[in-house]
Design a protein around this ligand. Structure first.
Ligand code: 2AM
Ligand code: CA
Length: 261
């Protein structure tokens, strides 16, 4: 039995949209706290998480909560849990790059059953429901039909928080670049996945992400007809992070092959 109803999904998406507007306020960022030299949290990340967590708790008190910021309560994967990134693309937010998102997923029975990714600067709201499709502002979306890497536009992340992986990431980027039309790098994993889902990109790879970066986007891609796995084709965890490869499905084998080299 699923706890997900249309009403719950609609209200959760509305909570995300309302909180997401806070990212666009001029001077939203007041405090920048380093987690490491290349990874930061701002007052916006913390405030948006607390606002969304409070509202979700009132909406569905029995659902557990996994959010990027602060203490992580132990999750029982046998019971439903929310997975929230209050600001995906914090570095973009700090630089007023206008490309960040709020990403929320609901996991049940070991898989994501609902996902919403909201880009407050463009007003684009991506939603997906397992078995029922993926949508951009309510309209169905589909992955690209490109069947050859030569006709693909790809996104390759630079794993800014893991400089130890930089050589590997840039080597992979070069191998992909030699086979595709071009590469983009916009700094927000959840939106990279949504862009694969709606056909703007044919594929996306990043070597170290956390479940809150990809949980919602993963369902978007799958429901739009694409595929999301580890770069070797293996499964992804919803409670532990890992490397992520997303594609329009047709290019998945060629991408796995390229990334092996
Ligand atoms: P974030 O902005 O929520 O941290 C950038 O390459 C992408 O990777 C962003 O989606 C970013 O999410 C994510 N990411 C995951 N782990 C990270 C880390 N330790 N440092 C920086 N970005 C990280
Ligand atoms: Ca974040």
């Amino acid at each position: 039995m699923s706890m997900l109803t249309g009403a719950l999904a609609r209200q959760a998406a509305e909570i995300v949209r309302q909180a997401g507007k806070l990212l666009t306020e001029p001077d939203a960022v007041q405090t920048i706290i380093p987690k490491s030299r290349t990874d930061f949290v701002t007052n916006v990340d913390l405030f948006v998480q607390e606002r969304i967590r409070g509202r979700l708790n009132r909406l569905a008190p029995d659902v557990q909560f996994l959010g990027e910021e602060g203490e992580k309560a132990a999750i029982d994967p046998g019971r439903p849990f929310w997975i929230l990134d209050p600001v995906d693309g914090t570095t973009n937010l700090i630089h007023r790059f206008g490309h960040s998102a709020v990403s929320l997923a609901l996991a049940e029975h070991g898989q994501v059953c609902f996902g919403v990714v909201y880009q407050p600067y463009s007003g684009e709201c991506f939603t997906a429901f397992r078995g029922k499709g993926a949508f951009l502002n309510g309209r169905p979306i589909r992955v690209s039909g490109a069947a050859r890497l030569e006709e693909s536009l790809l996104s390759a992340g630079t794993v800014p928080g893991r400089r130890d992986l930089a050589d590997r990431a840039f080597r992979q980027m070069r191998s992909l670049y030699d086979r595709c039309q071009d590469i983009r790098r916009a700094g927000c994993a959840s939106l990279d996945l949504c862009w694969v889902a709606c056909g703007r990109l044919e594929g996306y790879v990043e070597l170290a992400l956390q479940p809150w970066d990809y949980a919602a986007g993963l369902l978007l891609v799958e429901e739009a007809g694409g595929e999301v796995t580890a770069p070797d084709g293996g499964p992804l965890s919803l409670t532990e992070g890992g490397a992520v490869l997303a594609s329009n499905r047709l290019l998945h084998p060629a991408l796995i092959e390229t990334l092996k080299q």
